[in-house]
Design a protein around this ligand. Sequence first.
Ligand code: B12
Ligand code: SF4
Length: 478
Amino acid sequence: MPGADKAVLLVFIQADSGVDGAALLGDAARSTALFSSLKDTLFSGIIRRAQFAIPPLSLMILGSVQVDGVRQEYCDLRFERFPADRHWDLVGISVQTGAVRPAFELAAALRHRGVKVVLGGPYVTLFAERCREHADVLVCGEADDLWREVLLDLRKGELRAEYRQETPPDLSLSRPVSKSMLDIKSYFTTNVVQTTRGCPYSCDFCTVHVMNGHRLRHRPVKDVQREVEGFLKEDRRIFFFLDDTINADERYARELFNGLIPLGIRWVGQSTTALGENPALLEVFARSGCGALLVGIESIGDGSNHAHHKFHNPASRQVASIKAIRDAGICVYGSFIYGLDGDTLDMPRRIEEFIEETGVDVPGINLLRPIPGTDLFTRLAGEHRLLHDPGNHDAFRFSWGQEMLYRPKAVSIESFIPSYTGLTKRVFTVANALKRAASAPTLRASVLSFNLLYVHLYGLARRDLYRQLATLAGAGEG
Ligand code: B12
Ligand code: SF4
């Protein structure tokens, strides 16, 4: 139909398992094996409603780019069927490393029907070469500005095969984010905001500094404040500040959150333990409505953190920091990793003692995930410690930590798995969930439901890990 708007659909893919929906890996593996089963799961619309689901900021940003003659819509496969009965001129899929296979399968199915597909997101940024044959168009890097080019070229009928970010977008420019594409009630909250990008640190298991660089780039404080005010009008629920370290630049954070105090919002975010040593910033956070922070503790041993290039989190000061954050009335989601290179079998006991002593409100005890594109992945591949062929990213399932993907350094994998499952069995009980909720400084109902969710999730993880242990034992005997 000449003259009609070009129709663009932006798609977010459900991860195999995790907070977006708990499942055993065995089930997940079956459900992603073939396009026919993908069709069953994605196209037949049996998508579970996620308890803590938030919309992807990436697609909100892209969907807010306005170009005359182009109409953008959004489909979140966690809740909706793919609208296969409608005509699309271009479908954009966000590809996370944990969901590469379903993303490629969806792309293949669409292209088979003659629909043009553009892929973007972390995996495309890190591994463009591996994505090329799965898409008509690739967008590599932060797409805030590139997306307009894509839409303009679509309108002209001159789409290029690749759009690449040469220099990071200038975040000091104003780019208003709209929620008009979202079905607001599907989500736990739609108030997702990012104030900075990049991370000054270099933890070797992380892709953030690889993709977004080491220099912290800021949005103007006034812009963020305007965005928060605007978002509040549509959705009065809690705000998620998605920054990886919301306290990274003290001056900026202080000015930003001071200005948010009059709005009376509730918010959660992610910080380093250094926050606990900064009473002035802590006070501003608490007064501006901060209810909970995810704090990347990783290890409570310096040797283990240093083995992974994490130096900004000295063990001797962690207990006092966590206590100070909680004393300021802010709940702590303490994120640990067990299985780091310095870890030995006494670590579970030390983690339990730490949780007990500090009163961490929601513990998250992760297995180390070597993600392709990180220094960790490359190093473990070089040390022949990965459990799969490093060239075959599909073999690694980067979902919820339900499977070991590598051999720990100081402990045999056969001893490590029972030691990890024993730890999660003791930490995640209904009794502990009730206890943590009762002593939480605030947000008690959320602390309870998160802990209860984890009783369930870590239970699933144990079943998957026992299955892996049995498989390893079988392989050993053979
Ligand atoms: C919030 C968050 C979550 C939340 C919410 C996700 C959601 N609904 O948005 C939850 C907890 C659910 C989550 C889950 C997971 N996450 Co997460 N998460 C984040 C976090 C902190 C912020 C994401 C964000 O909004 N960033 C801001 C936006 C603007 O940046 P962006 O997503 O990169 O998008 C830009 C570009 O990539 C690109 N782009 C993105 N998508 C698309 C699509 C198209 C078509 C185009 C053209 C461009 C494009 O343009 C965007 C604008 O510049 C990031 C860390 C980070 N700093 O990004 C980790 C991060 C994305 N997560 C990561 C991981 C590993 C996971 C899990 C696999 C964890 C797990 N084991 O379960 C799952 C996978 C979920 C899934 N469905 O795939 C890794 C991804 C690594 C990788 N190489 O893919 C990151 C980078 C963290 C890290 N330390 O490495 N996550
Ligand atoms: S501090 Fe957080 S975001 Fe920064 S490199 Fe380490 S894990 Fe990644």
